[in-house]
Design a protein around this ligand. Structure first.
Ligand SMILES: Cc1cc2nc3c(=O)[nH]c(=O)nc-3n(C[C@H](O)[C@H](O)[C@H](O)COP(=O)(O)OP(=O)(O)OC[C@H]3O[C@@H](n4cnc5c(N)ncnc54)[C@H](O)[C@@H]3O)c2cc1C
Ligand SMILES: NC(=O)c1ccc[n+]([C@@H]2O[C@H](COP(=O)([O-])OP(=O)(O)OC[C@H]3O[C@@H](n4cnc5c(N)ncnc54)[C@H](OP(=O)(O)O)[C@@H]3O)[C@@H](O)[C@H]2O)c1
Length: 404
């Protein structure tokens, strides 16, 4: 920023089009009919154009094109004035200090506060967020969006390079997060289903060889009291819809994929679910499980609820790694559940690593699924006569992939 913008101006009657050598907005564009509060480059531009020329009646900024109308026809002089304002936009914008800009961007973009962080380990948090507005109703299993600006510091050693696209630093890194739940209060009672805060369960993703995670390293640089963006809408078809009170419910997850299951299990137990419930979670190390104590309380209290954890990278797993797929195929799941995996009365929920799920591709003509090379739970369930959710057709195998 701070550089001059090259502008080509064309005025015809009361309309003028200015072609810029860079974009100021996305394709949606921004329209102004009065001087706006200058909060970002397009609004600063509009506000300065209205200030400079009282004859201007509207400004429309779309990508790298600015269309400006006047009440009187454009003249060489008014075209020159407007071009000058556009050329120097970033010079003026840069006069705002970095600190001022960050304060402004936070004010503009954040709508919620981090109220609680339970640091299970430095890279695994259970956190609660309180939005400024009341929480819209949602179903257990659904997710919303969390976001922080690219201007926020990172908790890891990776560095972002914004030099090719300086505007990126003023944008938001947005990601989806399932709503989790601590399930019980300090007295061990099931939590109120309508809290004033929303709980999330998040692991800090480490930079890979080819990708630099955007949001979690920034989230892990935040603390209690810090502001954040949380989507107002909760969404997703990964819910308990269609589950009857007598059905057996099998929840399978990897890592933080147990988040939605915690909400769903609390809901089933609150509703005095009659069928059996089991939650199986696979993690690399024992220390990657943040909700074990709550599950122990619940399994002690509800005879129809079982919680099973599998590790894969502890010393004892050397040459003895049991994935969830193995746990099903060697019969241990049915044994612990205390019932056969019968499609007639069982719902299977899978969440987390897509390799565990193994979601199918569907042949649009035959309606038949094709499974990925690496065997996932979806394939095993299909072989056992279960129906996998497909488009609007609800089956008894449901899944939420955390990435593709
Ligand atoms: C519907 C939905 C709900 C989600 N809910 C949660 C949740 O409750 N908790 C949560 O931690 N994440 C959740 N995620 C993942 C989340 O959206 C982010 O992708 C993740 O937090 C990493 O964000 P990032 O910007 O740091 O890295 P990204 O650039 O988004 O991810 C980089 C890579 O990290 C890996 N990765 C992403 N998420 C995870 C994860 N959770 N565990 C292990 N490896 C991962 C993948 O290989 C991915 O390609 C959910 C995703 C979806 C689609
Ligand atoms: N877990 C940690 O130690 C840890 C700590 C801090 C940060 N992180 C970061 O978080 C991200 C990963 O977190 P994560 O460990 O929660 O998620 P993950 O990589 O999805 O692993 C969760 C569990 O899923 C298992 N899994 C992998 N492939 C599978 C398959 N095909 N079928 C069934 N199960 C399978 C893993 O076993 P495998 O052991 O075989 O992979 C592991 O036990 C990374 O970016 C990492 O850097 C991880």
């Amino acid at each position: 920023m701070g550089q001059l913008i090259a502008v080509k101006a064309t005025g015809i009657g009361t309309s003028a089009v200015f072609d810029l050598d860079r974009s100021l907005t996305g394709q949606d564009g921004r329209s102004f009919t009065t001087a706006p509060e200058p909060t970002d480059p397009p609004s600063l531009l509009a506000s300065r154009l209205f200030e400079t020329d009282s004859g201007i009646s509207s400004v429309y900024v779309q990508s790298n094109v600015v269309t400006v109308t006047r009440s009187d026809p454009w003249t060489e002089e008014t075209l020159g004035q407007a071009s000058e304002v556009i050329t120097k936009l970033f010079v003026v914008y840069e006069e705002e200090t970095r600190e001022e800009r960050i304060t402004r961007l936070r004010d503009e973009n954040y709508n919620a506060t981090i109220t609680h962080i339970r640091e299970h380990n430095p890279e695994l948090w259970v956190l609660r967020i309180k939005p400024d507005e009341p929480i819209e109703p949602f179903k257990p299993g659904q997710y919303t969006t969390l976001g922080l600006g690219f201007w926020e510091p990172r908790a890891d050693e990776a560095r972002d390079d914004f030099s090719a696209n300086p505007e990126q630093e003023s944008k938001m890194a947005l990601r989806s997060y399932s709503v989790s739940s601590s399930m019980i209060d300090e007295d061990g009672e099931l939590l109120d289903p309508h809290p004033s805060e929303v709980e999330f369960y998040v692991v800090q993703v480490k930079p890979g060889a080819n990708e630099t995670p955007a949001l979690t390293p920034r989230l892990f640089s935040r603390g209690v009291g810090d502001r954040i963006y949380m989507g107002r809408k909760f969404t997703g078809r990964y819910t308990l819809d269609g589950v009857d009170p007598e059905d057996n419910c099998v929840f399978l997850s990897t890592g933080t994929g147990e988040a939605p299951h915690n909400q769903m299990i609390a809901e089933l137990l609150r509703n005095k679910h009659v069928g059996k419930i089991i939650s199986v979670v696979t993690v690399r190390y024992r220390d990657d499980l943040a909700y074990t104590e709550e599950h122990e309380v619940l399994t002690g209290r509800y005879p129809n609820y079982k919680y099973v954890t599998l590790t894969t990278r502890e010393p004892e797993n050397e040459g003895n790694k049991v994935y969830i797929q193995d746990y099903i195929e060697n019969g241990q799941l049915e044994e612990t559940l205390g019932a056969p995996l019968d499609p007639a009365n069982t719902h299977v929920f899978m969440c987390g690593n897509p390799a565990m799920i193994g979601p199918p591709k569907w042949d649009e003509d035959t309606g038949e699924p094709t499974f990925p090379g690496v065997r996932g739970v979806a394939e095993i369930m299909h072989e056992r006569g279960f129906n996998i959710d497909h488009r609007k057709e609800r089956g008894n195998v449901h899944y939420e992939e955390y990435w593709k």
